[in-house]
Design a protein around this ligand. Sequence first.
Ligand code: FES
Ligand code: FES
Length: 156
Amino acid sequence: MHTFKLNGQPVSVDVEDDMPLLWVLRDELGHTGTKFGCGVAACGACTVHIDGTAMRSCSIPVSFAAGKAVQTIESKDDPILKRLQAAWVAHQVPQCGYCQSGMLMAATALLRDKPQPTDADIDAAMTNICRCGTYQRVRAAIHTAASSASAQEKQA
Ligand code: FES
Ligand code: FES
């Protein structure tokens, strides 16, 4: 039995220790917002946060998550993720959309670490692969989310 927090709620799953966390999220817990792309930690479609760090859940055994906090695209109360989702809509970032939950989770971790990232910071952090080529819009949306945060801070 493996117990961890999923988007703030405790969950327990009775699966093999080496089942990939992505399998557990999608097949055991019904959280299908996290996507399967390559299965070898190369594309980033499966990115989630584990104790606040963006990680590729296709290549992490569920045993690693035991006792930790896992955050997925389904989480509702992350202000940075919400701001990024609004910027994603404003910039019409997604094309097919398949890579985008992983992109958003990677971008959320980036803005948590670096609230005002440079283009170079974004390029270094966003190693996710998008077969539709949305990289320019991803970068623009991250800048918009970062500047909307600083505007909110000035008003506060
Ligand atoms: S599916 Fe995990 S990195 Fe591609
Ligand atoms: S939007 Fe299609 S793979 Fe990124």
